[in-house]
Write a protein that binds this ligand. Structure first.
Ligand code: TYM
Length: 329
């Protein structure tokens, strides 16, 4: 069975974009592939974060993975810091990367172009750690939203470079992206990604937002003055975003939704999308609460760490031997 690996970093509250672009796919793939899904907490400190907040985000994220339908019997769920091999291979991958290729990463570039100050060295080198995350497990596929595609491509290049320098060691991974919902946009600025770090809370739907508040955000989403319901992301990005959200949460095709709304107004569509989001969050949050109260998170993580360590340690031993770190046979 081919292996699939992915992760989310607990930097803030999870958004509907994280669910649609990533977690929804993880759930779909768990019957088809051998899955490794983790909480990328080492990645969360590339930007300063309060320890209390990091702990809370981490607990929420694991509970949301489970609430969204990830089944620990089918999928190995673990915390990155429970597997030391990530940091070890992360360093190796940092030394395999060139400054130039990291400078070309769009996420890093967008931060520097915007003139942000206080960018940490970790934020610059984090794609190397992400490469290590993937390569440790021989993952063939990595389901991600479009913003992470470039990092998976870098991972491929680093794996190839290592294999070439030291002999065949790593599987070359491929990004897997959903046909719809690779990028969900801000409700207030539909040219920008819906993001955990967005300053305007009206633009982002958090998975733990009160459902009624989320419905309100959909009702006040920015659209356009064209006045026709059709799927035209270039000229009507706000509307296209709403159609995408509804389609991803209901599995009804965008074409079919558009057809049902022929001759109707944006208000009616927003009402329906708002209700879909309301129902989705109500259901997800009920499961989330049950999981938090059940106290089963620790057990799931312990079980996942054991399995992940077994595989990752085997790989790092191999890597250390090839590099020349290990001097005994
Ligand atoms: P992160 O935590 O920023 O995002 C987690 C996943 O959610 C996707 N995503 C979106 N998809 C659609 N629309 C959006 N608005 C949206 N916002 C986020 C992201 O593409 C991602 O798939 N570096 C990674 C975490 C990571 C990782 C890994 C992923 C660490 N190691 C190994 C895969 C494999 C990150 O920061 O994702």
């Amino acid at each position: 069975m081919d292996r699939v690996l992915s992760a989310v970093k607990p930097t803030g509250r999870l958004t509907l974009g994280n669910y649609i672009g990533a977690i929804r796919q993880f759930v779909q793939y768990q019957d088809q592939y051998e899955m490794f899904i983790f909480i990328a907490n080492e990645h969360a400190i590339t930007i300063p974060i309060d320890p209390k907040e990091l702990r809370q985000n981490t607990k929420d994220l694991i509970a949301l993975y489970l609430a969204a339908g990830l089944d620990p019997e089918k999928c190995t769920l673990f915390l990155q810091t429970d597997v030391d091999a990530h940091a070890k291979l992360g360093w190796v991958m940092t030394c395999m990367s060139y400054m130039g290729e990291l400078q070309r990463m769009t996420q890093y570039k967008s931060k520097t172009i915007n003139g942000e100050t206080g960018i940490t060295a970790g934020l610059f080198t984090y794609p190397c750690l992400m490469a290590a995350d993937i390569l440790l497990y021989d993952a063939k596929y990595v389901p991600v939203g479009i913003d992470q595609k470039q990092h998976v491509e870098l991972t491929r290049n680093l794996a190839e470079r290592f294999n070439h320098r030291y002999s065949d060691t790593f599987v070359l991974p491929e990004p897997l992206m959903a046909s719809t919902g690779q990028k969900i946009y801000s409700l207030q600025d539909p040219t920008k990604k819906m993001s955990k770090s967005e300053e305007n809370p009206k633009g982002t739907i958090d998975l733990l937002d009160p459902p009624a508040a989320a419905r309100k955000k959909i009702m006040s989403a920015v659209t356009d003055s064209v006045g026709i319901i059709q799927y035209d992301p270039e000229n009507q990005p706000g509307l296209a975003n709403l159609l995408t959200i509804e389609s991803c949460l209901t599995n009804e095709s965008i074409d079919s939704i558009v057809e049902r709304f022929q001759g109707k107004g944006y208000g009616e569509l927003k009402k329906e999308v708002g209700q879909v989001v309301f129902d989705f969050l109500t259901n997800l949050q009920a499961k989330y609460k049950e999981i938090i109260q059940s106290g089963k998170i620790d057990e799931v993580l312990a079980q996942g760490a054991e399995k992940a360590n077994y595989i990752a340690n085997k790989k790092i031993r191999k890597v250390y031997k090839k590099i020349g770190f290990t001097i005994t046979k």
